[in-house]
Design a protein around this ligand. Structure first.
Ligand code: GDP
Length: 361
């Protein structure tokens, strides 16, 4: 008797899993877990423009597992010599303004002129809900299928700073993978625009025409950051209103001080549905690139941004190290109570905690 046949515990062979993984533009995180590629494998894959290797490397970068930290750094360092060759565009606008429809139209246009486009997102809400502005599959349906496009949802993490740093590193990986236009999308909430602004060459604010008073509710800081304000949904009955909004924004922008880039921000209209004005947005960006490359502002800004990210990373790591220190974590709780009961001032408590930490590390 064959005991194997008798046992209810025998495993059935089942159906072999296909070895590979979809090469579509949206790559899921599960794929990464199957094998553990070496850093060199990942770097080689990325510089050979393999999107699967790219996705795996991004997953490493996004990982909160301390063991992945070192490998992520190795891969980023290996990719650095191949990076830096893209144009980085930040896009912001309130929900419903048409960001994903615009990126779909704009991205598709860019691929039609031979560009390779990566779309990343910084979504502060995803750090709370673990959802994502790019996670919804119905968004950018066409671009997702385009072989010259790559779409990656926002990393989730505990802090905006952490998410932003991961996106900053992901830009390097995408550039090494041959993407020459990197679009970083964010929703106009919290500090996310500032984070995006600090990692892009060109910052685009998407608006729609409102009920007449276009400037109401718009944050001054965002207007100041914008290199272009594009009024979307300029189609059908909306065209007239969009043109009026354009005049109003133009007038407002002229009141701001001149930018260090020497660039005068441009206001324009477009329709992400009819594609009117989409090509013109690219023309505006090309004009900007021409000016800022000639006057050397482009390189200077990138150098400043690199220094900024170095300092930001130090800040973030110091904070993490402090708060995750087991003894400190306990002392913080004790001190919180003491502060609450007025036994010690908050400043005194902070100083004591920091001194204890510095003596321990
Ligand atoms: P997001 O939240 O900023 O990403 O906005 P969506 O891209 O999801 O667009 C919100 C709604 O506006 C959708 O129903 C779109 O179809 C619509 N929409 C986006 N762009 C345009 C446009 O140019 N014209 C018109 N008429 N509708 C648009």
């Amino acid at each position: 008797m064959n005991p194997k046949k008798q046992s209810a515990l025998n495993e059935k062979a089942g159906i072999a899993q296909p070895e590979n993984i979809s090469t579509s533009s949206v790559v899921t995180i599960q794929n990464f877990r199957k094998v553990k590629p070496s850093s060199n494998d990942l770097i080689a894959g990325i510089v050979n423009h393999d999107k699967v290797a790219l996705s795996r490397a991004i997953t490493l970068v996004e990982s909160t597992n301390a063991n992945h930290f070192e490998q992520a750094n190795e891969v980023i360092n290996g990719c650095l010599p191949y990076a830096n060759k893209s144009i980085r565009i930040g896009i912001t606008g309130v929900p419903g303004v048409g960001k994903s429809t615009f990126i779909e139209a704009f991205g598709t246009f860019l691929t039609s002129i031979g560009k390779k486009v990566a779309v990343l997102a910084i979504d502060p809400s995803s750090t709370i809900s673990h959802g994502s502005i790019l996670g919804d599959k119905t968004r950018m349906e066409e671009l997702v299928k385009n072989k010259n496009a790559y779409i990656r949802p926002s990393a989730s993490g505990e802090t905006l700073g952490g998410v932003a740093r991961k996106t900053r590193e992901t830009i390097i990986l995408c550039e090494a993978c041959g993407f020459d236009v990197i679009i970083i999308e964010t929703v106009g909430v919290g500090q996310s625009e500032t984070a995006v602004h600090s990692m892009v060459d060109f910052f685009l604010l998407l608006k729609i025409s409102g009920a007449g008073d276009e400037l109401q509710g718009i944050k001054r800081g965002i207007m100041e950051m914008a290199d272009a304000i594009i009024i979307n949904k300029a189609d059908g009955d909306n065209i007239k209103k969009a043109n009026l909004a354009k005049v109003e924004f133009n007038r407002a922008l002229h009141l701001f001080p001149a930018k260090n880039s020497g660039w005068q921000p441009v206001v324009s209209t477009c329709s992400a549905v009819t594609n009117d004005g989409i090509e013109n947005v690219w023309q505006i960006i090309e004009d900007y690139l021409k000016l800022t490359k000639e006057n050397l502002y482009f390189d200077k800004k990138r150098q400043d941004q690199n220094q900024y990210w170095m300092l930001e990373t130090i800040n973030e790591n110091l904070k993490n190290h402090f708060y995750n220190h087991p003894e400190i974590a306990k002392l913080i709780e004790d001190n919180k109570k003491a502060v609450q009961e007025n036994e010690i001032s908050p400043f005194d408590a902070a100083t004591r905690l920091l001194n204890t930490y510095l003596n321990k590390s």
